[in-house]
Ligand binder design. Structure first.
Ligand SMILES: Cc1ncc(C[n+]2csc(CCOP(=O)(O)OP(=O)(O)O)c2C)c(N)n1
Length: 576
């Protein structure tokens, strides 16, 4: 039977069919749906871990115990999980271990554009790269076999377009879910230097063998077209773009096993053509491999390392012509991301903006506090960095900075990697003020549960971390809770904690306005007789508010009656 599936849904299907028993992940666009789909299969134990390092360690533990296991994340998540990854390459596996890493060329929803193939090369583990949903499912399934055959974790690299596009997938039965025997094997799993030195030799031998295997394996395919004018070496979504742009004018070497890269099959293919292009998104990894092996190719001298490729780019660069497409006659309006109407982060950010404090920010919906008109953020680096960067900022600039700087971090991000920064503040004694924006959900990635929300991945009741008690336990005496819909209370709390002579935490607590259980108030209305069109209400950047013909207007389809704009209007022109 065939079914139309998103790449991420097909990934989950591959895990199911491949006999996966344990899955542990941390959300991150564009990888999140893989684990959400896995949760629908009762045969697989699945969970959200607090971060990617924990998730990979859980999956590796399950693999060593003899189960086929999985762990999923976005590209930057692999940086967090890099520590266990690099050593997992040495220990190898027992049950097959498949890791999903989803790259985001074009940075649709990411803070950088790193190419995860570098991690596969550096950690010396195998990497597969599929180019449509059916291939995703097959590669994941076969990834377990490959993992067990070569005794290594196998990373399946997704990119936004593969993860979030649909194509037909052939459904098969589940197989391979028998638990393997676990036998204590310290030489393999205890990476003391004496063991690790031997394991490193094994790793190098394994890579050699896998590169040989790549010359004749189901993942790497040659497609010869009679009369082709040139050859194209490609992988992943770039293969689809190339096929569409160049059709039968080219022959193709489509690489699915992208680490380690084979030599012979590439050389044999390249020898057939005078001109050979390497078409790959982001970095020049296949191209450099070719050059290293004396194979003449054209790559990044015509294609950029920045952003996504497309059919148009490939046609323009290689054929010198722009393909014609049917387009909408009206241009699609630009919709920059904004905090939603009723977002609990808004009131707090307005206070920070009004008080002109320096804000070391973090990653979540609240990063939008950096955008005008709130413009209340000075830094955003990576998850967790707000708290540690504030500490560094304060150590560098001393009391003058401690009195006017705060860190802001979401509840999920605090659980992910904020706690260690807070313990550092307590331990290394800076008078820093941290604001935890507790909206009771992982909002940015689409409402995943986390250890503070009281629910697990399946939505069942779970232990809920008490943030106040946790902050106390980490060494912070001053911990207080405010309601971000109450701007007066927020402003006073921020002023008091900045004036205090010790480190403090303010928990700004109100559930995300989009959560199903949140009851909304009726939409607010503007009293046109009182409104003078001063635009004070627009300073909070609410998408439900605009000014037409000199009067404020509230879009009743968006307004949830949070009342922040009511507080902004000194003339009392906004109310129920
Ligand atoms: C290392 C890493 N993993 C995952 C992500 C994807 N991501 C971006 S923000 C975020 C969490 C946001 O949740 P929270 O901190 O609760 O803030 P909210 O969006 O709810 O305001 C995640 C998982 C990322 N950017 N970096």
């Amino acid at each position: 039977m065939k079914k139309l599936m998103l790449g991420n849904e097909a990934f989950a299907r591959g895990l199911y069919e491949g006999g996966c028993k344990v899955a542990s992940s941390y959300p991150g666009t564009p990888s999140t749906e893989v684990t959400e789909e896995v949760a629908k299969y009762d045969e697989i134990y699945s969970e959200w871990a607090p971060n990617e390092k924990v998730a990979l360690e859980v999956a590796l533990g399950a693999s060593i115990a003899g189960a086929r296991a999985f762990c999923g994340m976005k590209h930057v998540g692999l940086n967090v999980a890099a520590d266990p990854l690099y050593t997992a390459g040495y220990t190898g596996v027992n049950g097959g271990l498949v890791i999903c890493v989803a790259d985001d060329p074009g940075m649709h929803s990411s803070q950088n554009e790193q190419d995860s193939r570098h991690h596969a090369i550096a950690s010396k583990v195998l990497m597969l790269e599929p180019s449509d949903s059916d291939e995703v499912k097959e590669f994941v399934k076969q990834g377990f076999e490959l993992s067990e055959k070569f005794d290594t974790p196998v990373i399946v690299r997704m990119t936004t377009r593969v993860a979030h596009s649909q194509s037909a997938v052939e459904l098969c039965e589940r197989q391979g879910d028998e638990l393997k025997a676990y036998e204590k094997n310290a030489a393999k799993y205890v990476t003391l230097p004496a063991n690790a030195r031997k394991l490193h030799v094994t790793v190098e031998e394994r890579l050699e063998k896998a590169a040989q295997y790549g010359n004749d394996c189901p993942f790497n395919k040659v497609e010869i077209n009679e009369g082709a004018q040139f050859g194209v070496i490609t992988s992943g979504i770039a293969y689809q773009y190339s096929r569409e742009a160049l059709g039968d004018k080219a022959s193709y070497l489509k690489l699915g096993l992208v680490n380690p890269l084979p030599v012979d099959i590439i050389r044999d293919f390249a020898e057939k053509y005078e001109t050979v292009y390497v078409i790959e998104e982001l970095d020049d990894i296949i191209e450099t491999h070719c050059r290293k092996n004396g194979i003449k190719v054209i790559g990044k001298e015509i294609f950029s390392k920045i952003g996504e490729l497309s059919q148009t780019i490939i046609a323009e660069k290689i054929l010198g012509k722009t393909p014609e497409f049917d387009t909408f006659s009206e241009p699609v309006p630009v919709r920059p991301p904004v905090m939603c109407a009723g977002c609990p982060h808004r009131g707090l950010f307005y206070c920070l903006s009004k008080l002109k404090v320096t804000v070391t920010g973090d990653i979540g919906c609240y990063t939008l506090g950096a955008a005008a008109p709130l413009s209340a953020m000075d830094t955003t680096i990576c998850m967790g960095a707000s708290i540690s960067a504030l500490h560094g900022f304060n150590k560098a600039r001393g009391e003058e900075s401690e009195r006017k700087s705060v860190a802001v971090i979401g509840d999920s991000t605090f659980m992910h990697s904020g706690m260690t920064g807070l313990v550092n503040i307590a331990y290394n004694d800076s008078n820093s003020t941290v604001i935890i924006l507790d909206n009771s959900i992982t909002g940015m990635t689409g409402h995943q549960q986390n250890p503070t929300t009281g629910k697990n991945l399946k939505g069942d009741p779970a232990y809920a971390v008490n943030l106040e008690a946790l902050c106390h336990a980490l060494g912070i005496n001053r911990v207080r809770v405010v309601d971000p819909y109450n701007m007066k209370e927020c402003e006073e709390a921020i002023k008091e904690e900045l004036a205090a002579d010790e480190a403090s935490v303010i928990i700004s607590r109100r559930p995300c306005a989009l959560l199903k259980y949140v009851q909304h108030k009726p939409a607010l209305k503007v009293n046109e007789d009182k409104c003078v069109g001063c635009k004070m209400c627009l300073k909070i950047g609410c998408p439900a508010l605009s000014v037409h013909n000199g009067k404020a207007v509230i879009d009743a389809t968006q307004c949830v009656g949070c009342g922040i704009c009511t507080d902004m209007c000194k003339l009392g022109a906004i109310g129920e």
